[in-house]
Design a protein around this ligand. Structure first.
Ligand code: ADP
Length: 449
């Protein structure tokens, strides 16, 4: 398929479309998942900060007395508290309720009512000046570009009067790290996924085009075979005409011979054209509409009558095994059904040697009419058996040509059987003979008129 320019281009185009669409879907899904992950992570940071700040706020408020001043009891539950302007004592004891604030990434700032820093817990962002903003949530950046997220809460003393502000924050280093890693994973995995999708698309496009390519090859082969078959009689006619034209005058007997040769080849040509026309018509669905009830008993009897002389001439014993009643009917085209059986029967006679036997039987089984044509002829090799219904296929061209065959007989028979909801099966043994079983969709059993 890849050697054919049109099919290679079409496969490339199809694979490109598949890969393009899949690439867009992959990118959109990747970006979507990344955004959802980002959102979920940010919400987790907010929740954690809110919970720590809330716990700290609720634990401290009952201990606060005078506004803007840190009571000693606060220092007891926050051992790492560092009051601005005083020497800081870094104690390692932790309190279970406020354990989170002792973590490296968290910090807490105490501001008085005018927004001035009065005490800190943990590492506050370097180079930033704490401020009380109108918005409770803030994201700030220190001098080194590290990001922090913080929440500001108003603290009231035990009397319910405003004491000052509490700012609880945490470093976003692990969050940003996670973000970077996810971005990197996405940037690396997307091209890899796209590459895999492209390779898969190429194979899928190949698979999708396989049946189209097979039928294209079939049509190509059919055209070449038809041209070859038409060329032989045309070449014979041309040679005959040219030989006559090259001689000054020809005797009348010879001119009759010439005309007979031309006539023979013309008959062969028109037979071939008719066969091709019939085959192409059988391929059209419109042919199904021209059907009527046909009595197979009558068709088979007529057929036997027609070939009886030929069988006699070939010294072949022709036997018919058919019950008079009940008559078997199928819905179809009588002319075509006749042609179907004739093609198979003529073959049986031609491919059977002298003193051989050809037996025709008709019966009905379940919903099918079964016509069996059995011969004691040359048989068909198992290698050829799957191809004998192919158009222009001949096992033995010389023998076939002698009987005027072009390799279309069985192809036409099979096409007719298919149009009549049936098929043809063959069993054959080389040197022993063949059995052709024609199966046709049955209408009903009724009397022939
Ligand atoms: P042809 O016109 O050559 O007979 P067909 O399509 O009728 O073409 O048959 C295809 C081939 O099948 C023939 O060339 C012949 O070799 C083989 N064939 C068909 N019927 C028989 C048979 N009854 N016995 C042996 N060979 C057969």
């Amino acid at each position: 398929m890849n050697r054919n320019k049109i099919f290679f281009g079409a496969r490339l185009h199809l694979a490109g479309c598949y890969a393009g669409v899949m690439g867009i879907i992959l990118t959109l899904s990747g970006v979507g998942i990344y955004q959802v992950m980002l959102q979920a992570h940010w919400q987790a940071v907010d929740r954690e900060l809110e919970s720590v700040a809330g716990t700290l706020h609720d634990s401290l408020e009952p201990l606060l007395q005078q506004s803007d001043r840190i009571a000693p009891s606060v220092q007891q539950i926050l051992p790492n508290l560092c009051i601005v302007g005083e020497k800081c004592e870094q104690e390692s004891t932790t309190h279970h309720v406020l354990g989170a604030i002792q973590q490296e990434s968290f910090y807490a700032l105490f501001l008085n009512r005018s927004g001035t820093l009065i005490a800190t817990v943990g590492k506050q962002p370097i180079g930033t000046t704490p401020r009380v903003e109108s918005d409770a949530w803030q994201t700030i950046e220190d001098r080194q570009g590290n990001r922090y997220h913080q929440i500001s809460l108003l603290l009231k003393n035990s009397n319910g009067k405003p004491w000052g502000y509490l700012q609880v924050g945490r470093s976003l280093a692990d969050y940003d790290n996670h973000l970077e890693q996810s971005k990197l994973t996405l940037l690396v995995s997307l091209p890899i996924a796209f590459l895999i999708v492209s390779i898969a698309s190429w194979y899928l496009a190949g698979m999708a085009m396989q049946p189209v390519y097979a039928s294209y090859r079939q049509i190509q082969q059919f055209t070449a075979d038809a041209a070859h078959e038409l060329r032989t009689p045309l070449a014979a006619i041309r040679a005959t005409v040219e030989s006559v034209l090259s001689s000054d005058s020809i005797p009348e007997i010879e001119s009759r011979d010439v005309l007979q040769t031309i006539n023979r080849q013309t008959i062969r040509l028109s037979q071939l054209v008719q066969d091709l026309l019939l085959l192409s018509r059988l391929d059209l669905p419109a042919i199904a509409s021209q059907k009527q009830p046909c009595c197979l008993n009558e068709i088979v009897s007529d057929l036997i009558e027609e070939v009886a002389a030929l069988a006699l001439q070939e010294d072949i014993k022709l036997k018919l095994k058919i019950a008079n009643e009940p008559k078997i009917y199928v819905i179809g085209n009588e002319e075509q059904l006749y042609r179907l059986m004739l093609n198979v029967l003529i073959n049986a006679i031609y491919y059977t040697s002298e003193q051989g036997k050809v037996e025709v039987s008709l019966e009905h089984l379940d919903h099918y009419a079964i016509i069996q044509i059995q011969d004691t002829g040359i048989g068909i090799d198992s290698i050829d058996l799957p191809h004998i219904f192919d158009r222009f296929y001949r096992v033995n061209s010389d023998r076939s040509r002698k009987k005027g065959g072009s390799g279309l007989g069985l192809a036409i028979a099979m096409a007719i059987a298919k149009v009549h909801n049936g098929n043809i099966q063959v069993k054959s043994e080389l040197g022993k003979g063949s059995i052709f079983t024609i199966r046709l969709g049955l209408m009903t059993t009724m009397a022939c008129h």
